[in-house]
Each structure stands twice: as structure tokens, then as C-alpha cells.
Ligand binder design. Structure first.
Ligand code: HEM
Length: 504
């Protein structure tokens, strides 16, 4: 027999208690331990958030155990959160076990070992918390695909319009102060974009029923953030005196829903008023109750889609914006050629931009916006790293830290460098399968039966469109990667009537 990776495998019996399984690798006991109850978890938690931080926390243990698979306590842990014991997976070979829903259970593991109070989602377990074995999973995922499909016509013109305002802001900021943030206006633009694309209504428009107004991003973040604050890694430079307070407020107990009830109600009112046509589809095509469909729609739109884009677009602009002017001119030439050959910036033009596509995949590889995936072993099973095979018992929690898996030096050369041309050519194409950001290989697609992100293709298209929009308007843009500060812009002259002047 041959394995998924093409290697010859032989059958060996792992133990008399487990079914026979196949591996060519030496069996090794999973290294690492959990320490004393509570104290072990507390020590790991302090190291994770404050003393070692990411990715050092993982790297230190990988080096100590000489293994990319080991046992550790994850966050947030006791006293306010469930059992933190996990087996971490940090390489491209072991990670994909988390995509195999016949082997791992994905029930209530969307945010990790804990889940937020379901009051945040109207009392429902929304789609990302469901295992595909639950009947509702396929119905709700079908509804999600339908929402994405129905946004089709609006995506290109809406993103163009919303980004134009961001680009104007870049130019005005540079003219006024000589520098500006490349990322600060993206959150507002992408929220307006995604809600308009899905519902047909801009949530900030002043004169519409239940408008969220200019405070829409704040209202959305106030609802979204407490759900993931327990696993939020504070930025560097927090004064030592504040650490106990931060620990107590966000990492020790779940944040009660009542703090954000009014923001959540406002968001739901907006969707109830403006997404009736989508709720009709949920009822008639998928047999879903209207209220459950509403809470899922709010989650898909604000949490999954905007929450993801709000992380990804700043990554893209910082990564692509800090490449060399020579590379950017090459990118611009590809964008222009494709637009001219396809009669505009449309889906066909995007398919003609392999370098843009590669630059986007590379950003998703090096900084996957959702870094963690979890799954509980449905049965005794064997997990293989590149070097060894490990026996995992039914019920044990597996966790993956994707930024390390996707920088696996056994798969990618110079894995810590952003190489925007990495996926070009035949050799580059072979690497696309190792881009895992969507909770699955980039060469596979989300289905009703798996847990791959239903927005996978939508997000890649959107990201390509973002890069193409930048380079159809600007010849070069220089962004400081670390701070996201925009240092300079060179506007393109007279291309397809998109521009008329060079800023001062
Ligand atoms: C699932 C990432 C955009 C809807 C996921 C998962 C990841 C992910 C990693 C798997 C979570 C897990 O089970 O461990 C992202 C990122 C996005 C993005 C990084 C943007 C940059 C979107 C969009 C939608 C969407 C545009 C659609 C509206 C969902 C849903 C699930 C999911 C509903 C659960 C799927 C299921 O239960 O089968 N996403 N996503 N996401 N995503 Fe996305």
C-alpha cells in the first residue's frame, strides 16, 4: 500500500488494545507532560502569554522534546475553563489529521478547549461549533454557501467602491503628514463591504432602519471580541503591574454576555430588517427556523467573514506593501495586462494573474489568520510526524498551531521568508496543497461533509482583488511591515481612466 504522501507503508499492530494500523515510522511515546493539576496548567499559561510568548512557547518545547508532536497545556485553562490538556501538532505531516472528520470530532472546538456562552449566538450552537455528524451541519453549511453565492454580483463593484475610499485616505494622509497608517481604515471599509455584499444594504447608511451608523465596526467588535478574549495574546510591552489585572479580567473566567447584549441586539435588528430575503431562503430551501438562520447569518457575516478579513487584509497590505519596488512593478504589469486582455478587472482577469495569486497564497501560508485548530480523537489512532508515529487515545484533544505547520522546513525552503513567487511554476504548484489556512489543503474544496471554511474560494478571490486594486491604482507602495505605516505611494498615470493625478 501507499500512504497519502506516496511512501510505502506496512501494517504493524500498535498494541493489542487498538486496531492494527499502518506506519513505516518508529513508534514513539508522545513526549511532554501536563504537570500537576492546576499548577502545571497555570505555569504553561504564564509562559504562553507572558514569559515565552508565541512562537517561542512552541519552539522551546519542540526543541526540548525533539519532536513536532508533544503534550502541553493550552490556554485559557483552569479555573474558569475546561481541561487544557492537548497534544500539539506543529508540522505539515501530522497537522492534516485535524481535517479528517472520520477520525476527529469537531463538536464545540471552534475556539479551542472552551466555547463562549451560546447566548452570544442567540442560544444556538451555530455552524462552526457543529460536527459534520450532526444533521444541522449540512443544512447550515448549505445555507452559508447560498449566502456566498447570492453575493456574487456585488463583490467586485462593492469592493472597488469601498477600497477607493481607503486609497483616497492613504493619499490624503501622505500629502498632509508625509506618512499614514496603511491599515487603520480597512476595518470600516471591509465591514461595509461584506455586509453590503451579503445583505444588499450598507450597515452604516444613515437613513436606513436599524442602521449601525459610523460605530458599526465598534459595535461589531464589542460583540465579537469577548468570545475570543480568553485566548487573546496581549501585545508586547504591557506594564508588569497590569498583568494580574489582565489575567483576571480576560484569561480566568468567560466574559458574561450581558455586557454586550445591547450591541448584539443592534446587529440582529439590522440583519432582521435587511436580510429577510436570505432568511426566506433559509426557511424555504433548507427548512431552517428563521431565528436560528438569523443567528447563523450574523455569525457568518460578522464573526467568520469580517473577523477573518479584518485580520487578513492588514496582513496582505503589510506583506505585499513591503516587497521591493521592482517586484511591485512586475505585479502591476501582470495586473494591467490581465485587465486589458479580459476587458476589465473581472473574474477572468483575476485568473490571468498567477503572481498575484502566488503572493496571496504566500501571505496565507506565512500568517494564517486563524492560527489554531482543534479536534478530539474519535477513536484510538496513530499520528505521524516526519520522524515518528505516536499513539493517540480515543477522547484525547489534538491541537494544531498552523503558523508553525505552514513554515515546516521539510516542505518549504526558507520557510520564514515571505516569498511572493513561491507558488509559481510546476514546482510551486506542488506546494499549494500545503497551504492550510482554510482548515484544509488549498487544493481541496469545502463540502457539506467536511469542516473546511465555506468562504475559502471567496476569500482567495477577494484577496487577489484587493492586491489587483492596489496595483491598478498605484505603481508602487511602501509599507513598513512591522508598524503597518505607509511611507510612500506612487500613483499610476492614465491607466484605464482610473487616475488623473500624482499626489504632491
Ligand atoms: C470555518 C478561516 C472567511 C464561514 C473556518 C475555519 C477556518 C476559517 C480556519 C475552520 C475552523 C475549525 O473548524 O477549526 C477563515 C478565514 C477567513 C474566513 C481566515 C477570512 C480571511 C469566511 C467567510 C465565510 C466563512 C467569508 C462565509 C461567510 C465559515 C464557516 C465555518 C468556517 C461557516 C464553519 C464551517 C463548518 O462548520 O463546516 N473558517 N474563514 N469564513 N468559516 Fe471561515
Amino acid at each position: 500500500r501507499r500512504s497519502r504522501h506516496g511512501a510505502k507503508v506496512r501494517c504493524v499492530s500498535i498494541s493489542k488494545d487498538t486496531p492494527p494500523t499502518t506506519t513505516t515510522l518508529p513508534l514513539r511515546e508522545i513526549p511532554g507532560d501536563y504537570g500537576l493539576p492546576f499548577f502545571g496548567a497555570f505555569a504553561d499559561k504564564m509562559a504562553y502569554y507572558w514569559t515565552e510568548k508565541l512562537p517561542k512557547f512552541y519552539e522551546n518545547r519542540r526543541d526540548k522534546y525533539k519532536s513536532t508532536v508533544y503534550r502541553m497545556n493550552t490556554v485559557p485553562g483552569p479555573p474558569g475553563f475546561p481541561d487544557p490538556r492537548v497534544i500539539i501538532l506543529l508540522d505539515e505531516k501530522s497537522f492534516p489529521i485535524l481535517f479528517d472528520v472520520s477520525k476527529v470530532e469537531k463538536k464545540d472546538v471552534f475556539t479551542g478547549t472552551y466555547h463562549p456562552d451560546f447566548k452570544y449566538t442567540g442560544g444556538y450552537r451555530v455552524l462552526p461549533y457543529l460536527d459534520p455528524s450532526e444533521e444541522k451541519h449540512a443544512l447550515l453549511k448549505g445555507f452559508c454557501f447560498e449566502v456566498l453565492k447570492s453575493s456574487g454580483r456585488r463583490v467586485f463593484p462593492e469592493l472597488h467602491a469601498k477600497l477607493a475610499a481607503v486609497f483616497d485616505g492613504w493619499e490624503a494622509g501622505l500629502q498632509k503628514d508625509g506618512k499614514t497608517s496603511a491599515t487603520k481604515d480597512l476595518g470600516m471599509a471591509t465591514l461595509r463591504f461584506i455586509v453590503t455584499a451579503f445583505t444588499g444594504q450598507d450597515p452604516t447608511a444613515p437613513d436606513v432602519k436599524h442602521s449601525l451608523g459610523a460605530g458599526a465596526p465598534t459595535t461589531s467588535k464589542l460583540w465579537l471580541a469577548p468570545q475570543i478574549l480568553p485566548i487573546f495574546v496581549p501585545p508586547a510591552g504591557v506594564p508588569k503591574l497590569l498583568i494580574p489585572l489582565i489575567e483576571l479580567l480576560i484569561h480566568t473566567f468567560p466574559i458574561p454576555y450581558f455586557f454586550v447584549k445591547s450591541q448584539h441586539s443592534k446587529i440582529c435588528d439590522f440583519f432582521r430588517s435587511h436580510a429577510g430575503h436570505l432568511l426566506d431562503v433559509a426557511e424555504s430551501q433548507f427548512g431552517l427556523a428563521r431565528d436560528e438562520a438569523l443567528h447563523n447569518l450574523v455569525f457568518y457575516t460578522i464573526f467568520n467573514a469580517w473577523g477573518g478579513i479584518d485580520i487578513l487584509f492588514p496582513i496582505l497590505v503589510r506583506r505585499v506593501g513591503s516587497t521591493s519596488p521592482e517586484f511591485q512593478r512586475e505585479l502591476g504589469a501582470e495586473v494591467r495586462r490581465a485587465i486589458e486582455a479580459n476587458g476589465g478587472l473581472n473574474p477572468a482577469a483575476l485568473r490571468d494573474m498567477p503572481t498575484v495569486q502566488s503572493a496571496v497564497w504566500e501571505a496565507l501560508r506565512i500568517e494564517p489568520p486563524v492560527p489554531f485548530q482543534y479536534g478530539r480523537a474519535k477513536e484510538d489512532l496513530i499520528v505521524e510526524s516526519h520522524e515518528a508515529a505516536f499513539q493517540v487515545k480515543k477522547g484525547e484533544m489534538l491541537a494544531g498551531y498552523m503558523p508553525m505547520a505552514c513554515r515546516d522546513p521539510k516542505v518549504f525552503t526558507d520557510p520564514d521568508s515571505y516569498n511572493p513567487k513561491r507558488f509559481l511554476g510546476d514546482e510551486g504548484q506542488k506546494l499549494v496543497q500545503y497551504v492550510l489556512w482554510s482548515n484544509g489543503p488549498e487544493t481541496e474544496d469545502p463540502t457539506l461533509a467536511n469542516k473546511q471554511c465555506p468562504g475559502k474560494n471567496f476569500i482567495v478571490t477577494l484577496s487577489q482583488l484587493f492586491v489587483a486594486e492596489i496595483f491598478s491604482r498605484f505603481e508602487t507602495i511602501q509599507v513598513d511591515y512591522a508598524s503597518g505605516e505607509l511611507r510612500s505611494l506612487k500613483r499610476r498615470f492614465c491607466f484605464l481612466g482610473l487616475e488623473s493625478m500624482q499626489p504632491g
